[in-house]
Write a protein that binds this ligand. Structure first.
Ligand code: NAP
Ligand code: MG
Length: 504
């Protein structure tokens, strides 16, 4: 067992070489002047494929969080403010290049620590690099406006950075979420303290090393590991953090808003859960629809905020669809994440495994029918069989609550209005999809669904140029695209009087 470090890598206070072998996390921590401030708590990192301990990671305590915030503040008020927009852009592009150069290493760490299939993990790293490069391009295109009110005034607006941004990310896409957060924050000129998820801190620590290599000034991006209740809470309650960007559960999202209200009313953006409808009409290309429905629920082992976990099929093709979907599900390769053929690896942790198995038992006891799956896969590791429930009533827990695993519910609908009503029958509103050959149906249903993204004849078609975020209880604010810049800037209005004539 090896100790991987730590908390704030680039404050200038720590010296901490992290060396990682190709598939083997090894590191040393050398503490310097502030070592007595460090929390000595460590968390064991478990390989979810075999339940063995990989290494342990220091958790940032309240004082560590404070050091990181101070470093971010010092940098924001000092050196970082003098880096030009072009300079910020170049740093992000350099970081993107380093992600690409280290693709195999970063992907292997994701597969080890999170359990995701290696092919999927490589996709995550490629998308992370694209996202960082995209926001590098935005850095020198953040512009204000001149607003003409009357001849006596000259008015303009500036889009200024918010300041020190606390960012809290989940375990389902450790580096992709890291990049979605870092990219726009840095492009807009903020500094950052980012907390990885307690289950998957390893890739964030390696990425911290790449930040140094890319040449970011000290204190601009501070990476901390730790638990939500301690490290996360210290960040959200901190009086010198100007903004929190959070991705995770709706339950914790509420706590983040509360922490803001109880502290300094820091700005908050939230990307929360979902229970997204995937709607298939009689006239859809059935092979295409089944491929996307399968991808929509089982991609990343169902651990996606936008997972298409409620599948609604029009009555004319319902029986045929269920049979064909079961056949397709049986073809998904479940197993070792390092086998390139694997589509579904283990769930991230025992807690998640137990939670999902609990929902499966709940579905059975409430009277829903298991069409396929419903049990553990194998005897070691947190693997779960891909599971389809039918005969699911709208008020059942499995139809209403986010399961975050390879488990879906399938139900019938009659017509467009029924599809929209059933699709919207949830407190969430993150994503939705419509499968049909009729453009008018696609447009009407897309307009009627209360979701931040609607996909037509596809699923999980997330792209760094397209805004992503939730209606209803799925979130506040938008990530990705130009829209994300609004999360990380504030508008200053400057109004200049052009005459000395008396005005009262
Ligand atoms: P979570 O608790 O919401 O975790 C997300 C992040 O928030 C983690 O970094 C977490 O730290 C941190 N956190 C937890 N409590 C906090 C607090 N009081 N103050 C500040 N930060 C806090 O999610 P989870 O427990 O890992 O998963 C539970 C369920 O959340 C899942 O089953 C799923 O339904 C949902 N979820 C959604 C997404 C999404 O992408 N929308 C992602 C992950 C989970 P810890 O690592 O210590 O918890
Ligand atoms: Mg949690």
């Amino acid at each position: 067992m090896t100790s991987v470090t730590l908390s704030t890598p680039i404050t200038g206070e720590y010296e901490q070489p992290i060396g990682l072998g190709q598939f083997n996390a090894r590191s040393t921590l050398r503490r310097s002047r502030v070592s007595n401030h460090l929390n000595s708590q460590k968390s064991s990192q478990i390989n979810p494929s075999n339940e063995e301990v990989l290494c342990s990671v220091y958790e940032a305590g309240e004082k560590d969080v404070d050091i990181a915030v101070q470093a971010a503040r010092k940098s924001f008020e000092g050196p970082w403010a003098h880096v030009t927009p072009e300079g910020r852009g170049k740093l992000l592009v350099k970081l993107a290049e380093l992600f690409e150069e280290n693709l195999n290493l970063l992907a292997a760490i994701e597969s080890l620590n999170n359990g995701k299939g290696i092919a999927l993990a490589k996709g995550d790293i490629t998308h992370s690099a694209s996202c960082l490069r995209y926001y590098g391009g935005w850095a020198d295109k953040i512009e204000g406006k001149v607003i003409d009110t009357d001849p006596e005034r000259f008015n303009y607006t500036r889009q200024e950075p918010i300041g020190v941004c606390g960012q809290i990310i989940p375990w389902n896409f450790p580096l992709l979420m890291w990049s979605w957060k870092i990219g726009p924050a840095i492009a807009c000129g903020n500094t950052v303290v980012i907390k990885s998820a307690e289950q998957t801190p390893l890739s964030a620590l390696v990425a911290a090393k790449l930040i140094v290599k890319a040449g970011f000034p000290p204190g601009v991006i501070n990476v901390i590991s730790g638990f939500g209740k301690t490290t996360g809470s210290a960040l959200t309650h901190h009086m010198d953090v100007d903004k929190i960007a959070f991705t995770g559960s709706t339950v914790v999202g509420r706590q983040i808003l509360k922490a803001s209200a109880e502290s300094n009313l820091k700005k908050v953006t939230l990307e929360l859960g979902g229970k997204s409808p995937n709607i298939v009409f009689n006239d859809a290309d059935i092979d295409n629809a089944i491929a996307w429905v399968n991808y929509g629920i089982y991609y990343n082992h169902g651990q996606c905020c936008c997972a298409g976990s409620r599948i609604f099929v029009q009555e004319g093709i319902y029986e045929k669809f269920v049979e064909r979907f079961k056949e397709r599900t049986a073809k998904n390769v479940v197993g070792d994440p390092f086998d390139p053929k694997t589509f579904q690896g283990p769930q991230v942790s025992k807690v998640q495994f137990d939670r999902i198995m609990g929902y499966i038992e709940q579905g059975k006891s409430e009277g829903a029918t298991i069409e396929t799956g419903g049990s553990r896969h194998g005897t070691k590791g947190y693997f779960i069989q891909p599971t389809i429930f039918s005969n699911v009533q709208p008020n059942m827990k499995i139809m209403q609550e986010e399961i975050f695993g390879p488990v879906c519910s399938i139900a019938k609908f009659t017509n467009e209005v029924d599809a929209i009503c059933q699709g919207n029958n949830t407190t969430y509103g993150l994503a939705a999809a419509v499968h049909t050959a009729n453009l008018n149906t696609a447009l009407r249903v897309s307009a009627g669904l209360k979701a931040g993204t609607v996909w037509v004849n596809t699923y999980n078609s997330v792209h760094h140029q397209l805004p992503f975020g939730g209606y209803k209880e799925s979130g506040i604010g938008r990530e990705l695209g130009e829209a994300a810049l609004a999360n990380y800037t504030q508008t200053k209005t400057v109004s200049i009087r052009l005459t000395n004539a008396p005005f009262y």
